[in-house]
Design a protein around this ligand. Structure first.
Ligand code: FMN
Length: 347
């Protein structure tokens, strides 16, 4: 894979010396960059690509259902599998039953030994909130407390984190909810600066994340609307958080983290289309290795993100037409030819 930014961040790309647990325990740490858990997107192949490019300190795998884990659902057990290259990796889990959550966490740890476990207390999707999981737990702090306690009892010395929002509909609910999570035994919290009721509308409130940082004794990761690498510096300055989690900004943009780290060092980092294409093809290979040849269909969503207009640093004549062909590709050959055509269009 061509990496135009090789050797600029050898310390961060090396990965092996950096452990999630050490970060949580070390109070004199540098802020870290985290890949957000995103259902159907931050699977093992994508996390491997992000890690390979570098700049990211820890990746969160997409959420899995605790009920499905304890049922030994084959599909869910495949989802928790990861490659050693991805470490440090945190597996996120959702559920509403403290006993089931504890059993599921025990099972995940025995099977894959992730570096951390994260409990989802922020997902606003009705399929999740309808089962009292995800952001619904913000409406039931007593149950949220019990869940953290139950998981803490079985997790051993693996860090336990919680990802949540400002509140269900009250943007100041975090003032009591977060200290409760800390008291229950959470080792770290990620805060998305929106309420559940907001969904993804409006703007993430970084000032409230700054308030949250002041009231917590455990590390806090700031999340929400960091849509360009330049914004990492800004959110860190405003929130004084211990790290930044990036979601949508990193879709179709595994270069995000390395660019952000370079910008923090006042260096400029641009990646040309020519440099991106081998990475896209390597991502496809990893995707097909995991999902088989039919994986080309699920890879189309990544192609859609890679070629989103605001992801491209150069103008591609005819991009609209190219995009509509990209999201219909049927096989590797066709994609390789299409990428070559796109490359030629830029020259
Ligand atoms: C497609 C997609 C899937 C997501 N899946 C999850 C998930 O599995 N667990 C979770 O805690 N948050 C999930 N989120 C929320 C993100 O982790 C993140 O909190 C949110 O997108 C705000 O950050 P951003 O503005 O950097 O995207 C998802 C978001 C998107 C866009």
């Amino acid at each position: 894979m061509v990496n135009p930014l090789d050797n600029i961040y050898p310390a961060h790309t090396a990965g092996s010396f950096f452990m999630w647990k050490e970060f949580i325990q070390n109070t004199k740490r540098n802020p870290i960059l985290v890949l957000a858990p995103m259902a159907d997107m931050t699977d093992s192949p994508y996390c491997r690509i992000v890690k390979k490019i570098g700049g990211v300190d820890v990746v969160f795998h997409e959420m899995v259902s605790s009920e499905a884990i304890v049922r030994n659902s084959e599909k869910t057990l495949r989802m928790i599998n990861f490659h050693e290259d991805e470490r440090p990796i945190v597996q996120q889990i959702f559920g509403a039953d403290p006993g089931v959550m504890a059993n599921a966490v025990r099972s995940i740890i025995n099977k894959t030994h992730p570096d951390g476990i994260d409990i989802n207390m922020g997902c606003p999707v009705p399929k999740i909130t309808g089962t009292e999981s995800g952001s619904s737990l913000m409406k039931d702090p007593a149950l949220a407390y019990e869940i953290v306690r139950a998981v803490k009892e079985v997790i051993g010395d693996i860090p336990l984190s919680v990802k949540t929002r400002l509140g269900w509909d009250n943007p100041d609910a975090f003032h009591t909810f977060l200290p409760m999570l800390e008291e229950a035994g959470a080792d770290l919290v990620t805060l998305h600066g929106r309420t559940k009721s907001q969904g993804y509308s409006g703007e993430a409130d970084w000032n409230r994340i700054a308030e949250a940082k002041k009231i917590l004794h455990i590390p806090l990761i700031a999340n929400g609307d960091v849509s360009s690498p330049e914004m990492v510096k800004e959110i860190l300055a405003i929130t004084k958080a211990d790290g930044v989690m990036i979601g949508r900004g990193a879709l179709g943009n595994p270069w995000f983290f390395l660019q952000a780290k370079m910008i923090l060092e006042n260096k400029k980092a641009e990646v040309s289309l020519e440099e991106k294409i081998p990475v896209i093809l390597e991502h496809l290979q990893l995707h097909l290795e995991r999902y088989g040849q039919k994986g080309i269909v699920t890879f189309r969503k990544h192609l859609g993100w890679y070629f989103k207009t605001n992801r491209l640093e150069e103008e591609i004549p005819g991009i609209k037409e190219f995009r509509s062909r990209l999201v219909r590709v049927e096989n590797v050959d066709e994609l390789e030819k299409l990428l070559q055509e796109i490359k030629n269009a830029v020259k």
